[in-house]
Design a protein around this ligand. Sequence first.
Ligand SMILES: Nc1ncnc2c1ncn2[C@@H]1O[C@H](COP(=O)(O)OP(=O)(O)OP(=O)(O)O)[C@@H](O)[C@H]1O
Ligand SMILES: [Mg+2]
Length: 411
Amino acid sequence: MTNRDHLIGLLLGAEEDWPRAFEEVLRRVGPLDVGGETHTVSSERLSIEPFRLDDPVRTELVIDRLAHWYYHPREWLKKAALVNGTYLLNSPFTFQSMEKHSAYCALVRMGFNVPPTTLVPYKNPVDNVRWAYTASKYNREFDLDAIAQDLGYPLYMKPFDGGAWRGVSRIGDRGDLHRAYDESGEMLMHLQATVDYDHFARALSIGPETMVMDFRPDQPMHQRYAVNHGFLSESAGQQAVAISRIVNAFFLWEFNSAEMLVVGDDVYPIDYANACPDVAVTSLHYYFPWAITALVRWSTYCVVTGRTTDVDLQTRRYFEIADTPGLSYEDKLERYLALADEHFETDRYWEWCGEHLAHLSEAVLEWVTGDDFDRLLRETVEATYPPHEQEQFLAHFRGLVGLWASEQIGV
Ligand SMILES: Nc1ncnc2c1ncn2[C@@H]1O[C@H](COP(=O)(O)OP(=O)(O)OP(=O)(O)O)[C@@H](O)[C@H]1O
Ligand SMILES: [Mg+2]
């Protein structure tokens, strides 16, 4: 039997918790006998250094957490994708559409329930010598009040590319509207109709795997993800998974978290693009072992099966479905999902995992219930919270991860 070694690169910013967990779980993948060959998969943290554009790249796949704000590795990733065919989670070629706005547009085009949304021009002039001429000639005066009235109060004003609540405000009346717009300055803003939701569903996706979680945006970080199974109706739950996978396949995103407001069986997507989704153990707690296992499973599947990556989108295939006369929302969802499943090789992936990675769940459970994981948790808590809060938070996260573990044992 021949041996094949696969190396996964981790391009990291400030995080320590999930990379350590990823490395530990990946070690437990062990050599895999697939197709008459023995495959070993390992990982390495990548460093930042000069590179020649025709240099080889040793890592077949890179999980990137850095390039959305640091440009040297971003350009290295582009080179790796184009010159070396490196598989990327995520690809910088899709960062340009990694704002809310592009995802809204794609979802609107496909017929999903994006709340009515209007993009208004900048409040303050852009810093460019051509501004005065351009503005006097082409910038139309517009009636902000009429737009707001059309959407109805209360509404949300938020940056087209937002994240982390920056610049988000709930607008109750005319006074709020003008105050918020005046303060928006150089930020480009959406105005969006409010959805009075029953549930805020947050879906973390890694390749074809998706976990839909009951998210409480008004809670402090450690309590935002509630452990709550079956909080959505069956239909809403299925839509939440489907829409997440469809948007990811559409934009070629591999590792993303999506936000949806849910009213009964209706699912309203409001935020669908995260170049670097939160996977901290201090946010995900109960869901952390799943997230790391999924990241290891999908990375292993990609490198061992030789899955390749694209840099160009296939929007036309989705829009043909959108434009087919006579299809209901449910029909369209089903057909888009079939495209997304084709893209992610969903069936093949689960079959492959059943055949080659069946041992992994047990190994993860053993690791999570052992001393090494507890040390990781303690060190993460010590790095995250002030000394007088550490014991309380350690108990909180131990409890939630322990709940996950006891449920696995009970299964
Ligand atoms: N159309 C809407 N209807 C109701 N609530 C909304 C709407 N849009 C935004 N919100 C509320 O405002 C919060 C922030 O909005 P949004 O997710 O669009 O911005 P963000 O900057 O990405 O914030 P975050 O980092 O918390 O995701 C949401 O968590 C939700 O509670
Ligand atoms: Mg958001």
